[in-house]
Design a protein around this ligand. Structure first.
Ligand SMILES: Cc1cc2nc3c(=O)[nH]c(=O)nc-3n(C[C@H](O)[C@H](O)[C@H](O)COP(=O)(O)OP(=O)(O)OC[C@H]3O[C@@H](n4cnc5c(N)ncnc54)[C@H](O)[C@@H]3O)c2cc1C
Length: 376
């Protein structure tokens, strides 16, 4: 593995850095999980799109630059280094889109990807239900065959930014006779379809982006199915692999946070060796994660696929994120309790990391079963 960047990659890095320095909004935008903040983030994402930075690794016809995965990593490093806003379109761009590239028809790709890239359509994910979270194959929402399409019934919950998004992707049971993972289909639909009710609710921190989504005899045409009918589990596993693995949590996010932690240490660090150790460990973990990602990208660039090891990656980044923020709070001492302190907001969100994208207990089950081959 060659860890050096080529001249053209360095030039790309400089271009990204200069553009971000000139364009990242200051002061930072309000939280993207509030209605006003979401709208402001979408404006920012439109600016990114107009400069062709929204989806650098996508083909040009969909608004990208045909950039390599290496260049995408460079862009991400620069994005987080610049302190640019969190991407409120991330569930579409980073989770759904890789599955559309893999399983979508050319017509679905042409119809959905450009509007996703520009932020004109913002996607949320509909997996969890009141009685099915970890046990995703136990979902009860169903799709019933109708002339030219399907009728959807049921309920999803914990839909991140569902209260503000325009579209939803999710799993529905299309064959009631089939067992568990079989007989599920992956649907793509607008949230303004007749029969859809979106009920937003607040999180503990007061942000209001979560939603419950209800489906009451919602008609969707045949081309709302991504991949084959009754084969939705396979497509869903590809999407969750993107969430746990490469695309959602690029290492730039953690290397930038580790760099900020070191600045904090320089400003406030005392002689406490345990604290110095925690800061150093956080930096080393972020660096290890970066190197591991380079290895993954090397594999993908060589045409290999990644699979259940995405669960290991998810365990690593979610636990690293908690430790890193924990070290920052100790450094800040009582100042950490100021409501406007970004480290406390980051800490609260880091605590959710071991839950969303499939809980860490479930990831350990997957690693035991499918990576290590341990007996059940
Ligand atoms: C910030 C955040 C954002 C989210 N966004 C979305 C979203 O956009 N869309 C969406 O669909 N969902 C979303 N979720 C929901 C998330 O996917 C679920 O919370 C998660 O999958 C766990 O499901 P559950 O809450 O039903 O818990 P349960 O499945 O009831 O689990 C409860 C506890 O039991 C443990 N457990 C369950 N089964 C096992 C087992 N077999 N072995 C060992 N331990 C087990 C779990 O690890 C957990 O600790 C989000 C959650 C959070 C926190």
């Amino acid at each position: 593995m060659d860890l050096s960047w080529s001249d053209s990659e360095e030039t790309f890095r400089t271009e990204c850095r200069e553009w971000l320095a000139a364009n990242v909004p200051t002061p930072p935008l309000p939280s993207g999980d509030t209605r006003d903040g979401f709208a402001r983030h979408l404006e920012w994402e439109r600016t990114l799109f107009d400069a062709r930075y929204a989806v650098v690794s996508w083909p040009e016809e969909y608004g990208g630059r045909d950039a390599s995965l290496w260049e995408w990593l460079i862009f991400e490093e620069e994005y987080y280094r610049a302190g640019a806003p969190q991407r409120v379109t991330q569930n579409g761009i980073f989770l759904l889109a890789p599955s559309i590239f893999e399983f979508g028809t050319p017509e679905q790709q042409a119809r959905l990807l450009p509007r996703m890239a520009s932020g004109e359509e913002a996607w949320c994910q509909g997996w969890s239900e009141p009685n099915a979270g970890s046990d995703l194959a136990g979902i009860q929402s169903r799709a019933v065959r109708d002339e030219g399409g399907w009728r959807l019934h049921g309920q999803k919950t914990w839909t991140t930014r569902g209260a503000f998004c325009t579209h939803l992707f999710g799993l529905f049971r299309s064959d009631p006779e089939a067992e568990r993972h079989r007989g599920l289909s992956y649907f793509l639909l607008p949230l303004d379809a007749e029969g859809v009710t979106v009920r937003g609710f607040e999180r503990l921190d007061g942000d209001e982006g979560f939603a419950e989504v209800f489906f009451d005899d919602v008609f969707v045409p045949d081309d709302a199915v991504l991949g084959e009918v009754d084969q939705g589990w396979k497509v869903a596993m590809a999407t969750t692999g993107s969430e746990r693995g490469l695309t959602l949590r690029s290492p730039g996010r953690f290397t930038a946070a580790a760099a900020r932690l070191i600045e904090l240490w320089r400003a406030r660090g005392g002689a406490d060796p345990a604290l110095r150790q925690a800061v150093t460990q956080a930096w080393m973990d972020a660096e290890a994660y970066r190197l591991q990602t380079l290895q993954t990208v090397t594999k993908l660039a060589d045409g290999e696929r990644t699979g259940a090891e995405a669960s290991l990656v998810k365990l690593f980044w979610s636990e690293l994120d908690v430790r890193l923020h924990d070290a920052a709070l100790v450094l800040l001492g009582p100042d950490a309790e100021r409501a406007d302190e970004p480290w406390i907001t980051g800490y609260q969100f880091a605590l959710a990391g071991p839950i969303y994208a499939g809980t860490n207990e479930i990831q350990r089950n997957v690693v035991a079963d499918r990576v290590l081959g341990l007996p059940r």
